[in-house]
Design a protein around this ligand. Structure first.
Ligand code: AMP
Length: 422
C-alpha cells in the first residue's frame, strides 16, 4: 500500500542523472530525503547507484557501452526501480533542476509543451547544461503524462537583482536585449540563506556573502534573504575560476584568440568551459582534492589562484551591499576543504575576519574565532530539498515559491489528480 506522498527530484547533466526522493512528513510539515543516487557515466559506461536515508548503498547496476547511450532507457530503468525500492511511497510529482530560466521564468513553473519550447530557446545561454536538464522532462512527459512536473531554476533567486548588478554596459539596442547578468546556483543560495536565517534569526535581515564552491563556483551577496549581486553573469562561465571553466576573462582575450589564433566559437567554447579553470592552470585535474594532495607546483598555483579570486570576490560582494555581516561557505569545496576556507579567510583578515583553526578543521557550523568581527559559517547546501519544496508548493497552487508545503497544502495535493508513478 502506498502511504507516503513523495517527490522525485531530478538533476540531469551531460553524463549523469542525479535523483532523490523526498517524502512529505506531515507531522512536522517537513520533507525527509528517503533515497538518493545517480546514474553516472551516461554515454560511455553507465553505472547506477542508490543510497538510502543513511547513505548506505542499496542498489548498483552497470550497463555496457551500447546500452549506456540510451538515455531514455536509463531513465525508464530508474522509474521502474523506484516503486520496488520504496513500496510505501507514492510519487506525486517530479521536480527538475533547470539551469536557465531566462527573463521569462523567475519562479518554479509547471512543465507544459509551451514551457518546454520556451526553455528550449534558452539552450544557447547554457549549452552545457540546459539540453540535458530538459531531456528527462520530455521523456517523463511521454512515458508518464499524468505525473505533474515542475521546473525549478538556478537563475530565479537572482531575478530581482538591482539593475546596476544585472546590467552590462552595452548599447541599449534591441540586438542586445536579454544580454544581461542572470546569476546561477540560485537554488543553493535560497536553501543556504533560509537555513542560516532559521539557525541564526538575528542574521535574517543582514548582509550575507555566500560562497558556493564546487565544480561550478560562484558567490552571492544576499541582503535580507534577497540576492543583490552575484559573480556569475549571462552564462555560468563568469566570475570565479572553476573545475574546468575559466571564470571572468577580459573579453579582449576572445577577440585576440579569434583574430590572431583563428579560433572559432566551438573551439572557444571547449577552451572556456572544458579546458580552463583548475584543470587548465594545474594541467593535472579539475578536482580540488587531487590538487590539494599533489606536490606539483602547478597544482599549488591553481589552488592559490582559486583562493585569491574567491577572497577578491567576497570583498566585491561586500562592496555591493555596503558591508558584510556574515560569510558562509557551502558546496563540495566550501563544505569539505578546511584549507581553502582558511586561505580565503586569511586573505580577508583586513576585514577583521578570523577563523578558529580547530572549529574549521572539524567543520563546525560556526568557524570564526571569538575575536572575528563577523561570523563565518559552513552550511551544507541541499538543492534537492529546495526543488522538492518548490515542486510541492507549486502543485498546491499557493504560488508562494519557497514556502514549505503545509499540512493544509498536503491535503489539497492528495485530492488533486496526481496519479502516482508507482
Ligand atoms: P560539488 O560540485 O559541489 O560536488 O563539488 C565538487 C568539488 O568539491 C570537487 O572539486 C571536489 O574535489 C571538491 N571536494 C569534495 N570533497 C573535498 C575535500 N574533502 N577536500 C577538498 N575538496 C573536496
Amino acid at each position: 500500500m502506498n502511504r507516503h506522498e513523495s517527490c522525485l527530484v531530478l538533476n540531469a547533466g551531460s553524463s549523469s542523472l542525479k535523483f532523490s526522493v523526498l517524502r512529505r512528513v506531515e507531522a512536522h510539515d517537513d520533507l525527509q530525503q528517503v533515497l538518493s543516487g545517480q546514474i553516472a557515466g551516461i554515454g560511455t559506461e553507465a553505472v547506477f547507484e542508490a543510497r538510502d536515508a543513511n547513505r548506505r548503498v542499496i542498489a548498483r547496476q552497470r550497463w555496457n557501452a551500447e546500452d549506456s547511450q540510451r538515455r531514455e532507457a536509463l531513465l525508464a530503468f530508474l522509474l521502474d526501480w523506484l516503486p520496488q525500492a520504496l513500496p510505501e511511497d507514492r510519487i506525486v510529482a517530479a521536480g527538475h533542476r533547470v539551469v536557465h530560466g531566462g527573463r521569462t521564468f523567475s519562479r518554479p513553473v509547471r512543465v507544459t509543451p509551451e514551457v518546454l519550447a520556451e526553455l528550449e530557446a534558452l539552450v544557447p545561454l547554457a549549452p552545457l547544461h540546459q539540453p540535458h536538464n530538459l531531456a528527462p522532462m520530455r521523456a517523463l512527459a511521454a512515458s508518464h503524462p499524468e505525473l505533474p512536473q515542475v521546473a525549478c531554476f538556478d537563475t530565479a533567486f537572482h531575478a530581482e537583482l538591482p539593475w546596476v548588478a544585472s546590467t552590462y554596459a552595452l548599447p541599449r539596442e534591441p540586438a542586445y536585449e536579454g544580454v544581461q547578468r542572470y546569476g546561477f546556483h540560485g537554488l543553493s543560495y535560497e536553501y543556504v540563506s533560509q537555513r542560516l536565517a532559521a539557525l541564526r534569526p538575528e542574521l535574517a535581515n543582514q548582509r550575507i556573502v555566500i560562497c558556493h564552491l564546487g565544480n561550478g563556483s560562484s558567490l552571492a551577496a544576499v541582503h535580507a534573504g534577497r540576492g543583490v549581486d552575484t559573480t556569475m553573469g549571462f552564462t555560468a562561465l563568469d566570475g570565479l575560476p572553476m573545475g574546468t571553466r575559466c571564470g571572468s576573462l577580459d573579453p579582449g582575450v576572445l577577440l585576440y584568440l579569434m583574430r590572431e589564433k583563428g579560433m572559432g566559437a566551438d573551439s572557444l567554447e571547449d577552451l572556456l568551459y572544458r579546458r580552463s579553470g583548475l584543470l587548465g592552470v594545474s594541467g593535472l585535474s579539475s578536482d580540488m582534492r587531487v590538487l590539494q594532495e599533489s606536490a606539483e607546483p602547478a597544482a599549488r598555483r591553481a589552488v592559490e589562484l582559486f583562493c585569491f579570486r574567491v577572497a577578491k570576490e567576497v570583498a566585491a560582494m561586500a562592496g555591493s551591499m555596503g558591508g558584510i555581516d556574515a560569510l558562509v561557505f557551502t558546496a563540495g569545496i566550501g563544505e569539505n576543504s578546511p584549507a581553502v576556507r582558511a586561505d580565503v579567510c586569511s586573505r580577508l583578515g583586513w576585514l577583521g575576519l578570523a577563523i578558529d583553526d580547530d572549529a574549521n578543521g572539524r567543520r563546525a557550523l560556526e568557524i570564526s574565532a571569538d575575536e572575528s568581527v563577523l561570523p563565518v559559517f559552513v552550511l551544507p547546501t541541499n538543492e534537492e530539498t529546495m526543488i522538492a519544496m518548490h515542486t510541492l508548493s507549486r502543485l498546491a497552487g499557493d504560488g508562494r515559491g519557497a514556502a514549505l508545503a503545509t499540512r493544509q497544502e498536503a491535503g489539497s495535493c492528495s485530492t488533486a489528480p496526481t496519479p502516482a508513478i508507482c
